[in-house]
Design a protein around this ligand. Structure first.
Ligand code: PNS
Length: 166
């Protein structure tokens, strides 16, 4: 069985992530969507919440599994005998960052390949930070996030708003 990992922060998962993960699932026997920690980021949603969101989104797909891990991606990949890591690329900036990350991962585990999937044109401007910014300012994010988690995300922001009231 050929297993690939789609790693990320997913804070929260967007339709851009979903597009890449579904396309990756057509290329491998099994995809593990892996929630990891990027030490350079401060998260809005806890790792548990981000994992719950992903489980909700992918629960109906037989060859897509969701997991979370605290540690190096290469160590997790080795433990699951995964052969590849898949990352979506929206821009030259993404490519520059992901290329460096893939070289580091290759250095740490030479058996692990990284594949880049180009983002669909209509998802190129989409990012988790954009979703958080729009939702935080009361905008409509329904066309940016999966339907199954839209209400969960909105209720998080409504609670935030209430807790900021005097
Ligand atoms: O969605 P992101 O934030 O771009 O994902 C980055 C992530 C979480 C995949 C990356 O930071 C990662 O792999 N973190 C786990 C620790 C690790 O293996 N780092 C690579 C060597 S620096």
């Amino acid at each position: 069985m050929r297993i690939a990992i789609c790693p990320g922060s997913f804070d929260p998962v967007t339709l851009g992530h979903v597009d890449v993960i579904l396309r990756a699932s057509n290329l491998f026997d099994k995809i593990i969507v892996l929630v990891l920690t990027n030490s350079e980021k401060k998260y809005m949603f806890s790792k548990e919440k981000r994992t719950v969101f992903l489980n909700k989104v992918f629960s109906t797909y037989d060859n897509i599994e969701v997991d979370s891990f605290e540690g190096l991606l290469v160590d997790y990949a080795k433990s699951k005998r995964a052969v590849a890591v898949i990352k979506g690329i929206r821009s030259a900036t993404d490519f520059d960052y992901e290329m460096k990350m893939s070289l580091i991962n290759k250095e740490l585990n030479s058996d692990l390949e990284t594949l880049f999937l180009a983002s669909c044109p209509d998802k190129m401007c989409l990012s988790s930070s954009m979703v958080k910014q729009i939702a935080g300012l009361g905008g409509d994010i329904s066309s940016f996030v999966p339907k199954s988690i839209y209400k969960d995300i909105m209720s998080f922001f409504e609670r935030e708003e209430k807790s900021n009231e005097y």
